[in-house]
Design a protein around this ligand. Structure first.
Ligand code: UPG
Ligand code: 3PG
Length: 331
C-alpha cells in the first residue's frame, strides 16, 4: 500500500464545494429564501423515542421563529409504536408511507418512505433528515439549505459529521459508520472516484432541488443514498453536488446482521449501476480516500488519507509447482 494525494479533480471539488454549517447563518438564508418554498421530510420507522424532539426543534426554530421552513412532513414507515402520534403531537404533518400513491403496489424500506415523502410534499427545496437522531440541532437543516439557497449552481447537498459509536461498553469517538467505511466508501472509490471526496456518502441528511430529485430513481431500501449520489453525478455533474460539515451525529445503531443486510442492499444498488452496461461515468480506480479525525483543516477538517489498494494474484500453486495447466483446475 502506498500513500498518495487525492486526485486533483476530487481535491478541487472538495475545496470548492465543502463548507461548514456555521458558514450559512440563518438570517442570510431567510433573506435569500424569497419565494422559495422549503420542505423538511423525515422518514420514521419506530422512532417514538426521538421523533418528537426533532420535530419540535424544526417547528420552533425554523418554522415559527425564522420562517425558513414552510412544511414539515413525517412519513410513518409502518411503525408499530407511537411514532405517528408523537410526530403529530409535536407539530408535524404525518402521512403513512403506504397511503401515499396508494394505487401503486407497496414497496418496503427507507428509500420508499423518502420517495413517498417527496411525492407528498411540495417545497421547491426538500431536505431529508433521519428520525433517529439524538440532540438534533437546527443547523442540521440550515447547513443543508445554505448552498442551495445561496448558489444556484448547487442542486444537491449532503451532510457530514463525526460518527461516535456508543454501546453498553461506552463510546468510540469515530467508531460509527461501519457500513460506510467497510462497504460504501470502498465501492465509491473503486467505481466512481469522482465521488471520493464525500466524507459521509451514506449520510441520511441531505437536501436538493425538487426538479432534480424528481428526475432520479429512489432505491426503495438502504441503497437509496448511494443510488442518489451515483445517479446525480451522472445527471447533474459533480460540481452541482456539495457537502456541509454538520458537526457530530448520534443515532441508534443497528445490529451487525442488520448492517449486513444494509450492506447487501448497497452492493446490489451498485451492481445494478455497473451491469449490464457500465455506468457512463464509472471508472476503474484503486485509490481509497478516507477521512480521519485530525489534520490541518485547510480544506476539510479531517486528515485525508489516500491509499492505493492493489490486489495481485498468485496463480494456482499447482500450476506453478506441478505444471498443471490452469484451465484444467476446478475448485
Ligand atoms: O424501513 C424503514 C427503515 C428506516 N426508516 C427510517 O430511515 C431513517 C434511517 O434509518 P436507520 O435504520 O436509522 O439507518 P442507519 O442505520 O442510521 O443507516 C445509515 O445508512 C443508511 C444507508 O445508506 C442510510 O439510509 C441512513 O440514513 C443512515 O443513517 C430512520 O429515520 C428510520 O426510522 C424508514 O423510514 N423505513
Ligand atoms: O452509515 C453506516 O455506515 C451504517 O448506518 C452503520 O452506522 P453505525 O456503524 O454508526 O451504526
Amino acid at each position: 500500500m502506498r500513500h498518495q494525494q487525492l486526485p486533483t479533480g476530487t481535491l478541487d471539488w472538495l475545496t470548492r464545494r465543502t463548507s461548514r454549517a456555521a458558514d450559512w447563518p440563518p438570517r442570510a438564508l431567510v433573506e435569500a429564501k424569497g419565494g422559495t418554498r422549503i420542505s423538511v421530510v423525515i422518514p420514521a420507522h419506530n422512532e417514538e423515542a426521538t421523533i418528537g424532539d426533532i420535530v419540535r426543534v424544526i417547528r420552533h426554530e425554523l418554522m415559527c421563529r425564522l420562517r425558513l421552513v414552510d412544511e414539515l412532513l413525517v412519513v410513518d414507515s409502518r411503525s408499530t409504536d407511537a411514532t405517528a402520534r408523537a410526530a403529530h403531537a409535536a407539530g408535524a404533518r404525518v402521512v403513512r408511507q403506504d397511503d401515499v400513491l396508494g394505487e401503486l403496489p407497496p414497496a418496503d424500506g427507507k428509500g420508499d418512505a423518502l420517495w413517498k415523502g417527496l411525492a407528498a410534499s411540495s417545497g421547491d427545496l426538500v431536505a431529508f433528515v433521519d428520525g433517529d437522531l439524538r440532540s438534533f440541532p437546527p443547523e442540521f437543516v440550515t447547513g443543508l439549505l445554505g448552498p442551495l439557497l445561496l448558489d444556484q449552481d448547487v442542486a444537491y447537498v449532503k451532510g457530514f459529521y463525526h460518527r461516535p459509536l456508543t454501546d453498553s461498553r461506552g463510546t468510540v469517538p469515530d467508531g460509527g459508520g461501519r457500513v460506510t467505511e467497510l462497504v460504501a466508501r470502498p465501492l465509491i472509490n473503486l467505481h466512481w472516484p469522482a465521488l471520493a471526496g464525500f466524507v459521509q456518502p451514506l449520510a441520511g441528511e441531505y437536501a436538493g432541488r425538487r426538479e432534480v430529485l424528481e428526475r432520479v430513481p429512489f432505491v426503495t431500501g438502504y441503497g437509496v443514498e448511494i443510488g442518489l449520489l451515483v445517479d446525480l453525478l451522472h445527471g447533474v455533474g459533480l460540481d452541482a453536488l456539495a457537502q456541509v460539515d454538520l458537526g457530530s451525529r448520534e443515532h441508534s445503531h443497528q445490529s451487525i446482521p442488520e448492517l449486513g443486510r444494509m450492506a447487501t442492499q448497497i452492493l446490489l444498488t451498485v451492481q445494478r449501476r455497473l451491469a449490464p452496461h457500465a455506468h457512463p461515468l464509472a471508472q476503474s480506480s484503486t485509490a481509497l480516500a478516507q477521512f480521519l479525525r485530525g489534520g490541518s483543516g485547510a480544506v476539510v477538517d479531517r486528515e485525508v488519507v489516500v491509499t492505493e489498494v492493489t490486489v495481485t494474484e498468485r496463480p494456482p500453486l499447482a500450476a506453478v509447482r506441478d505444471g498443471v495447466p490452469t484451465d484444467l483446475l476446478r475448485l
